[in-house]
Write a protein that binds this ligand. Sequence first.
Ligand SMILES: Cc1ncc(C[n+]2csc(CCOP(=O)(O)OP(=O)(O)O)c2C)c(N)n1
Ligand SMILES: [Mg+2]
Length: 362
Amino acid sequence: MSKPERNIISMEDLLAKDEKCNVLFLNYDNEAFMNTGIQESGATPPHASTTTGPAGEKIPGKVGVKQDLVTPFGFYGAKSLFLATVNPAYPNDLMGKMMEALKTNGAAFIQAYSDCMRGWRHPAENAVEISKLATDCGYWPLYTIRVKDGMPIFSYYRGLDIDKEKFVDFLKSMGRFRHLFRPQFMEKEIDEIIYYTEQRNNKLKGLIEKFGAEKPVDIYRINRKKLEPQTHLLPGHGLCPGCGAGMVLNQMATAATAVAGNNIIYVNNTSCSEVSTSKDFVTSWKVPWVHHLFESGATIADAISTTYKILKSKDLFEGEVPYVIHIAGDGSTYDIGFQFLKGALMRTSSFVEMNEDLANMK
Ligand SMILES: Cc1ncc(C[n+]2csc(CCOP(=O)(O)OP(=O)(O)O)c2C)c(N)n1
Ligand SMILES: [Mg+2]
């Protein structure tokens, strides 16, 4: 078989694009409700131990699957939408996708792998190594779906093949899976996690074959020496050492600073990222930032973006319409908040929203 063709995307080309996103919805996925005490969510993988689904004699941790959120969004009938998975252990890919998302008309949804040393139970200094392993073993594939006029086009970067040895190392590295290895080796349960993951990856490979880009492998060329330090977040925050959300926010802000400067508004659902960056008197945010309820931040992000566009179209606002990024954990993305996110994502990327007659209406 011939090698798949590579699509090289340079930072300079992305920054020069005319397109602009209404709202970028960012889910940092630490696979549980961490801020409130490590409760199981729809994003928790099978057999992971949480405080509401603890591994013991009756159950081996979570009973159920980790749902796929990203792929279905590609088939909801959006006009223009950028969808991707990212991992901060692959920063060029993460920052490239952030830049492309912000420079794509309509809307964008990015799901970021987000290590949690506290909830996953491992030493803080292992966070980057475990994050890298997650993609390299096939657990967290990095892929993209570009929806153009309703049609999804799939591409990928890496992580679609399961490496069983690395997968077992990945599971072993975290206390949330320790019960699968001690006091005895639970082969059936370990195989089950790998089997579910492989099924998901096979589905993805099928979709890439059926709806694939001409050049299906995306490589972002990010010149990190040319990137200015981000200007959205102060260095201090209350996140745990090694927190994946911290890495994601830092890389997100670096890419967003390059695209938007400081003309940006963040909206944050209740979550670790919200409570730890917004302590009274010591906020970490240097640009406008709105906390809204656990479930309704996506609606507010859409409302803010839409309000600016309406004011602009009525000549009531002279400046440049700001970029808007909505940040949410997995609990408020998969579970509580899903319908609000889905509604906001579809509105901001829809054929109606992007109708020329509406755009020119005064
Ligand atoms: C309607 C509602 N239910 C419950 C809560 C309590 N609550 C606040 S944050 C949170 C967990 C957030 O989990 P997630 O979205 O995964 O973010 P993380 O804490 O993991 O960063 C919960 C249950 C709330 N604020 N509002
Ligand atoms: Mg979470």
